[in-house]
Write a protein that binds this ligand. Structure first.
Ligand code: GLY
Ligand code: MN
Ligand code: MN
Length: 452
């Protein structure tokens, strides 16, 4: 079957985490320290945790997926020999490992993860006070985790309290994200390949949904079909899947997925797999009964025209906001032609008259996080220009509220979004998610080939 066939072609592919640490270190001021904590485990209810998923930036620099860990990069002076990566992590514990699984331990952190040094996470407070002492600059991520912020603050307090004994609290505290997010925004060759795989697996779920949907199926049953290929490929979902039949598609973050799919309605699916910590993010909209009605065809074709035009605008050197304006123009023009809007095209664009039907942006950076890190505006507050190996989504949509009395009844309650993942290249956009059909003909044709 496809999973075994395709996945067997995927050779193991491991990012060079140590090279990333070296690239980060090369950008640091002398006598500085990087501190990056992993994410805490989170309770789901009572004493049951959510499955642990490490923080993306932490994993990006370490490849280390255990909880209770902190990376410290130490740049003591001018010379490479004095640069050090230290991983604080859990020590091995045969009894706990019976319950929670294997731990790399201090030795594994060095031998398997290439750290220069590993220290027990239980000694973190003492060691950090020592490491922070006398540093000119500390790169740290604050404002995301109140518990970490408080802990960092206590390390500084301890140093403040020891100043008469010669302690020197760090002089500058700098946002680590600014450097790290910029690194993550431009994907290297390994990342691109991992993202192609994430996109490929994500696509399989959408194709399976098109081939298994039928009137009377609950949305959650269709969700099961979408995620089946993801689980077969060992991938969690990259975010909560949206499966919205009929007017539920007009609720942008609809995740209840508990209504019955009706004959004559469209269904909107927004779902993606996470492969080796990289997200796929795909939306498709198709008729529950396999055939688009005339109104559905008209509105769908308009969204598709907008999406294709927007993808064409993804060229090296273009503003990263230009493709949104392209999508808005095509959609607004089409809404005028269909009689859903009245007025002058330029007025409707300038005054956001289209927002009644198109109220979100046309996409976002994509990577280890579905809404990936990276600034959208430069220091002059201008939209930044697209560069090779940025990856972003293109996801225009139209949503006609079920109670919108300004439009003819035949349009009401339709929600359509088409979303692909695109890599910027010097030769034009590379659509990573091209495997899922999106033309009306290709969708109807695939839906004919039912899987039972
Ligand atoms: N699935 C989230 C998004 O499309 O932005
Ligand atoms: Mn998206
Ligand atoms: Mn999406």
């Amino acid at each position: 079957d496809w999973v075994n066939e395709k996945l067997l072609q995927f050779q193991p592919l491991m990012p060079d985490f140590a090279a990333r640490r070296r690239r980060l270190l090369a950008q640091l001021a002398p006598n500085s320290l990087v501190i990056l904590a992993s994410r805490a485990e989170m309770l789901r209810n009572h004493d049951a945790d959510y499955k642990y998923r490490p923080d993306s930036s932490f994993y990006y620099l370490t490849g280390f997926a255990e909880p209770e860990a902190l990376l410290c990069l130490h740049n003591t002076a001018k010379n490479d020999l004095e640069q050090m990566s230290i991983l604080f992590c859990r020590e091995r514990n045969p009894e706990r490992e019976i319950w929670d699984g294997l731990r790399a331990g201090l030795e594994g952190a060095v031998t398997q993860f290439g750290m220069d040094c590993a220290l027990p996470i239980d000694d973190l407070d003492n060691e950090m006070v020592t490491l922070l002492n006398g540093k000119n600059r500390v790169y740290v991520r604050l404002g995301y985790d109140a518990a970490f912020d408080a802990r960092f603050s206590r390390w500084l307090q301890t140093l403040h309290g020891r100043q008469r004994q010669g302690a020197k609290p760090p002089l500058e505290i700098v946002a680590l994200d600014a450097i790290l997010d910029e690194m993550r925004l431009i994907k290297d060759a390994t990342e691109i390949e991992l993202m192609r795989r994430a996109a490929f697996i994500s696509a399989q779920g959408h194709m399976r949904a098109m081939q298994t949907v039928r009137p009377g199926l609950p949305e959650y049953a269709l969700e099961a079909e979408v995620v089946y290929p993801y689980m077969r490929a060992g991938c969690p979902v990259a975010y909560n899947s949206i499966v919205g039949g009929g007017k539920n598609a007009c609720i942008l973050h609809y995740v209840e997925n508990n209504q019955i799919l009706k004959n004559g309605d469209l269904v909107l699916i927004d779902a993606g797999a996470e492969y080796e910590y990289y997200a796929g993010d795909i939306s498709r909209t198709f008729p529950v009964n396999g055939t688009f009605s005339p109104e559905q065809k008209q509105l769908y074709q308009l969204v598709l025209d907008a999406q294709l035009a927007a993808i064409d605008a993804l060229q090296v050197g273009q503003s990263c906001k230009a493709y949104h304006h392209v999508a808005v123009r095509v959609l607004t023009q089409g809404l005028l032609q269909l009689g859903l809007l009245t007025g002058e095209l330029e007025d409707l664009i300038d005054n956001h008259g289209y927002r009644e039907f198109y109220m979100h942006g046309t996409g976002h950076w994509l990577g280890m996080d579905v809404h990936d890190v990276g600034a959208y505006y430069d220091a002059d507050e201008q939209p930044r220009l697209l560069q090779e190996n940025m990856v972003l989504t293109v996801e225009p949509g139209l949503y006609i509220a079920p109670d919108n009395m300004n439009v003819e009844a035949r349009w009401r309650g339709m929600g359509i979004r088409i979303e692909d993942d695109v890599r910027i290249t010097r030769n034009g956009p590379e659509i990573l998610t091209a495997a899922v059909p999106k033309t009306i003909e290709a969708i109807e044709a695939l839906m004919q080939k039912r899987l039972e």
